[in-house]
Write a protein that binds this ligand. Structure first.
Ligand SMILES: [Zn+2]
Length: 963
């Protein structure tokens, strides 16, 4: 046996037996988490400490996926995913490791994914082909002698977008200050200023050094044939020998040299920087073998910062250190740094910030933390871990692999983080003896490995940087020889040629795919029973095994609410559970909720059925262990009926937080924002979503914030009136997801709880309209753009299996190549949903007009589409894949309700699958005229760079400032 078993441990928290193996020749370790979960996963990881900010680890992560010895096509992974039923495929770079996880419920598919990943990481083509670094990392781009010389590359643009986030900059500074001269002071994603220093020689040396079996850690999870898997690994491990040097990631934290570190970040030129600074305090937390303290710090974070009423968060908000306060304990990398960050602050508040933190913490140590608060935090985390162990929303095996690596990567026991119940129980015990107070003293008050970071807002900084880069490139271009310039042009054109040349049929055929006979049109049942609840309302029961958790969703019918009430509704939904009620103040309510439930949330859900009817609901969701049902329902009732809206200070805190969250969303998912905004000009449901959670809501929140700084009685009144209007028995439907034996208990308890609601006729059903149709641009301080297009395809292009196969072809072929590979954007989205919505969006895109031209080219792509059977089959499988994703018990309940509202039956899904399977090239290209109409009817919305929007302003009817 070439893989020797070192240790076996029983892991009841994750329903697994854990086996640790070592490969004799190379010393590679494999952790096998054995259980009967059909959603199998495989994660291979390497220690990859970067030595500077050139993004080497991140660019390598991208580049190994660009062809390998056995699979020489340009992007075997894209080809593989097209035709895979995977439930998860990704590659991720952390500050000291890179991991490649895959998951699938299909055994054969799982084998394909593992095989292609192994060849990619161990035998990549990047050694022989420098065009891979040029495309994925960076290159000088010059197509004609007279053009501006620019930098281009996928990671280069990705990081330009990512580094625009001030939060991310704060994290990077804190990490560099706490851990200078270590791997953790480097930007593992890559700093756009440093990326263009990376050379092909460095690139290869890094791969040789770190992508060796001896430096690998592999986790296998689920119902897997481990002997087969070992054979696959053996193919790449045998003959590799053992790397003489091990990768040492140990650190010895010492007191930082500078007490306060100051830098700036960019806001839009001309914007007022007042109140836009960030302040942060950071401490080194714990080393990887201080297991109890690592769990302890997470619970402490929940105790101090879990919600606006938590003692330290509240103290900082009340002292107006910042409009929003965040904390974090594990996202900086290995050393689990503890971080507190104040947003909407000013640099001169730093001393006060530190003082409030010190005073509050000292008080907590001296007077003791409230026992209820500790209990609530422990319960909340216990509920979350218990629920995660039965969740299907992310592949559990991948999450467990990452958790194991948190110790394993540093040569510590890989099992400890998989035994969380043990540590949570231990913490509950030691809490009695003052553990958390002692932890505060030791880790936060007496800890010298501590830093203060100030990030000031600087208007127009990014423009200045862009100009500097441009100038540097202009000088470079002017100073190189004619030969050198010609060489750059030649290389640019050669790269474009590579990008435009399709892979050979021979190379494509080497990539393993499923066959038609591996596919089925079977569809799972999502049962739901409907019973009478009140007058005109229903009680829905979705029977599911939920491991002892009750999921209750209250759906209040709001079809008689006017469109312009939806901004308030969206805002209102985010206030529930966070404000005082008739019987609890804010803090007591939070403690009660955390102690007895898994959370209670408000939300607005809008369904559109197959006939175009819109069914909007205001929704209150709650979950708890069965033993706490009475508490859960009692609290849901308290929150829905008795919330008070007159505490302006609290309202302001929550509002700031909501604004802050949306600003974050602008940095990380603007492709979704522009796509929905564009759709809202043609689809009424999308317009309602805009009002609840899009740019409309963001603008509304800003007016609310201004109002709250003044009188705000009007706001309090409208919220109270809204609550009164909503609380009507004739609106209330219920969805219960849980076991059959509990249905009547739950139903009776809810009936009694809401008995006292008024019972009144609803107003007339409102017909909702889309927003005004106009091409819009929103200016931000970012260097990149997000280009959205939305169109109503209803009546033109049918939603069918054929249209879904085309969607897959757009995503993996046309848009992928045109927007990402050639355009240099990070990515794009394409969606065509059953209600006829067609939406497109690009992500971290250097272009605007060019991307719109790509969208306009869709009909031609469709027209000329001629797919050989092997390619067609890939798109067929890729279209079935999203329909085969595993769901958690609660998601199954919600899916059942959703389908009922939209009048979609199981047979409709089976029909869709049959159409997907019956698709051929002719059916696909026949849709080109329909696409032409759909694209022509579309609306355009862009979020992006100020200068670029100005340069292309003719594309827009309206240009707005987003902030
Ligand atoms: Zn990336």
């Amino acid at each position: 046996m070439v893989f020797k078993k070192i240790e076996t441990q029983s892991l009841p928290d994750i329903h697994s037996e854990g086996h640790l193996y070592e490969h004799e020749e190379t010393g590679a370790q494999v952790l096998y988490l054995e259980n009967d979960d059909t959603n199998k996963s495989f994660t291979i990881g390497f220690r990859t400490p970067p030595y500077n900010d050139n993004g080497i680890a991140h660019i390598l992560e991208h580049s190994v996926l660009n062809g390998s010895k056995k699979y020489p096509s340009k992007e075997p992974f894209v080809e593989l995913i097209k035709g895979s039923l995977n439930t998860f495929v990704n590659a991720m770079t952390f500050s000291d490791k890179t991991i490649y996880p895959v998951a699938s419920t299909n055994e054969k598919d799982f084998g394909h994914l593992v095989g292609v990943y192994l060849d990619a990481v161990f035998q990549p083509k990047l050694y022989q082909d420098p065009q891979i670094l040029a495309q994925e990392g960076w290159h000088y781009h010059l197509e004609n002698e007279d053009d501006e010389l620019i930098y281009k590359g996928v990671v280069y643009n990705e990081m330009k977008g990512a580094s625009a986030s001030p939060e991310r900059q704060v994290y990077d500074h804190v990490s560099s200050q706490l851990y200078p001269d270590t791997t953790y002071s480097k930007n593992s994603g890559g700093d756009p200023k440093a990326i263009p220093t990376l050379t092909q020689e460095e690139f290869i040396a890094f791969h040789q050094r770190y992508y060796h079996p001896s430096n690998s850690l592999t986790t296998v999870y689920g119902d897997v044939n481990i002997t087969d898997l070992f054979d696959r690994l053996e193919e790449y491990f045998t003959g590799m020998g053992r790397h003489s040097e091990t990768v040492d990631l140990s650190i010895e934290p010492t007191e930082p040299k500078e007490a306060v570190y100051t830098d700036t970040y960019s806001i839009t030129a001309g914007d007022d920087p007042t109140g836009k600074d960030y302040l942060a305090l950071g401490w080194h937390g714990a080393l990887p073998d201080e297991t109890l303290d690592i769990f302890g710090l997470e619970v402490l974070d929940e105790i101090l910062f879990g919600n606006n009423q938590s003692p330290l968060k509240k103290a900082l908000l009340d002292a107006e250190i910042g409009g929003d306060i965040n904390s974090d304990v594990s996202d900086i990398g290995y050393p689990t740094a503890f971080l507190i960050m104040a947003k909407y602050s000013s640099a001169d508040k730093m001393a006060k910030f530190k003082e409030v933190v010190q005073e509050t913490l000292t008080d907590l140590v001296k007077n003791g933390i409230s026992k209820d608060l500790i209990q609530a935090a422990l319960n909340k985390i216990t509920f979350q871990t218990r629920e995660a162990a039965i969740s299907e929303d992310n592949p559990r095996g991948v999450i467990y692999a990452i958790q194991s690596l948190n110790t394993w990567l540093y040569d510590k026991d890989p099992f400890v983080n998989l035994k969380f119940n043990h540590y949570l129980e231990e913490l509950a015990k030691v809490a009695e003896d003052g553990y958390f107070e002692e932890l505060i003293q030791r880790k936060l008050i007496d800890n010298d490995v501590f830093t203060q970071v100030i990030l000031k807002a600087e208007p127009g900084k990014s423009n200045k940087q862009e100009e500097e880069t441009l100038k540097k490139l202009q000088e470079y271009k002017a100073n190189i020889s004619e030969d050198e310039r010609q060489r750059i042009i030649k290389e640019t054109l050669a790269l474009i040629e590579r990008q435009e040349t399709p892979d050979t049929a021979e190379d494509l055929a080497k990539i393993p795919t499923l066959k038609r006979e591996d596919l089925t049109t079977d569809e799972q049942d999502y049962p739901v029973d409907e019973e009478v609840f009140g007058e005109d309302t229903s009680f829905y029961h979705a029977e599911q095994f939920t491991s002892g958790i009750d999921y209750i969703d209250l759906y209040f019918n709001i079809e008689d609410f006017e469109a312009d009430e939806y901004e308030l509704l969206g805002y209102f939904s985010n206030l529930l559970g966070k404000l005082a009620t008739d019987n609890y103040n804010e803090a007591a309510l939070q403690t009660e909720m955390d102690t007895h439930t898994g959370g209670i949330y408000g939300n607005v859900s809008i369904y559109e059925d197959v006939d175009g009817n819109i069914k909007p609901f205001f929704k209150v969701s709650g979950k708890a262990l069965a033993a706490s049902l009475d508490d859960l329902i009692g609290l849901m009732k308290e929150i829905t009926l008795h919330t008070q809206f007159d505490n302006k200070a609290e309202l302001l805190k929550i509002t700031q937080r909501l604004i802050s969250n949306f600003e974050n969303k602008i940095n990380f998912s603007s492709h979704g924002i522009v796509a929905n905004r564009a759709l809202s000009q043609v689809k009424p449901t999308a317009k309602l979503s805009e009002r609840i959670g899009g740019i409309d809501q963001f603008n509304y929140l800003k007016t609310v914030r201004d109002e709250l700084k003044k009188d705000a009685t009007e706001l309090t009144d409208s919220l109270t009136q809204l609550l009164n209007k909503l609380m009507n028995k004739r609106r209330l439907n219920v969805l219960y997801t849980g076991e059959a034996s509990r249905k009547n208990t739950v139903k009776d308890a809810l009936k009694t709880a809401f008995e006292s609601l008024p019972n009144e006729d609803l107003g007339d059903k409102v017909t909702y309209q889309p927003g005004p149709k106009q091409n819009e641009a929103y200016v931000t301080a970012q260097d990149v753009n997000y280009v959205g297009l939305g169109s109503d395809a209803k009546g033109t292009l049918d939603y069918s299996g054929t249209s879904q196969v085309l969607s897959t072809a757009f995503r993996f072929d046309y848009l992928w190549n045109a927007i990402r590979v050639k355009g240099g954007a990070y990515g794009s989205l394409y969606r065509h949903t059953r209600n006829g919505s067609v939406a497109l969006g690009s992500y971290r895109d250097p272009n605007i007009g060019k991307t719109l031209d790509v969208y306009k080219g869709i009909p031609d792509f469709v027209k000329n589409l001629e797919l050989p059977e092997s390619e067609l089959l890939k798109y067929i499988i890729g279209s079935l894949s999203p329909l085969e994703q595993p769901k958690s018990a609660h998601s199954k309940g919600l899916t059942a309700f959703n389908r009922l509202q939209r009048k979609i039956k199981k047979d409709d899904i089976v029909k869709l699958k049959k159409e997907i399977l019956a698709t051929d090239s002719k059916k696909l290209s026949a849709l080109h005229d329909d696409f032409k109409t759909v694209m022509e009817k579309g609306s355009v919305v862009v979020i992006g760079n100020k200068a670029q929007i100005e340069n292309e302003k003719d594309l827009f009817d309206k240009v707005y400032e987003l902030y």
